[in-house]
Design a binder for this molecule. Structure first.
Ligand code: ZN
Length: 139
């Protein structure tokens, strides 16, 4: 391609919570920098690390289908499940977020058949405008 470098992209399954997406937090750009990619496609649902609960099976299937579409369209180099503490969509303890985000990343790798890395990432709460972005397990 003349003069057109193909963008290196990621796909993230993340939370819909506005606090992660506001300008002061800028989760998308920070995630792109940590992953070494040019951009991050987002699938945003309330409590992404709760999608393996039996009562959310249809939501899980929808998210998997949307992520498969983006894999086909954008050939991402990495997929991420990004959960956060104090999540209304999946109101569990900090320790449970640690295990649930890892389990969700592992299940997403299996469900999509994605050949590259699927990473678990956690946003650690300090205040509504201050979050640490913690890279966790890779599957
Ligand atoms: Zn949330």
């Amino acid at each position: 391609m003349w003069g057109k470098r193909r963008k290196k992209l990621a796909v993230a399954l993340t939370c819909a919570d506005w606090r992660l997406h506001q300008r002061k937090v800028d989760m998308n750009a920070r995630l792109a920098a940590k992953l070494g990619v040019d951009g991050v496609d987002l699938i945003a649902v309330p409590g992404p690390d709760g999608l393996l609960k039996p009562e959310r099976a249809s939501e899980w299937q929808t998210a998997v289908a949307q992520i498969k579409l983006l894999i086909g369209a954008h050939s991402p180099v990495v997929i991420v499940v990004l959960a956060h503490q104090r999540c209304a969509g999946h109101p569990v303890s900090d320790a449970e977020h640690d295990t649930d985000v890892a389990a969700t990343a592992k299940a997403l790798k299996a469900a999509t058949g994605f050949s590259g890395p699927v990473r678990a990432v956690l946003m650690v709460y300090h205040s509504d405008t201050a979050w640490d972005l913690l890279m966790k397990e890779t599957f």
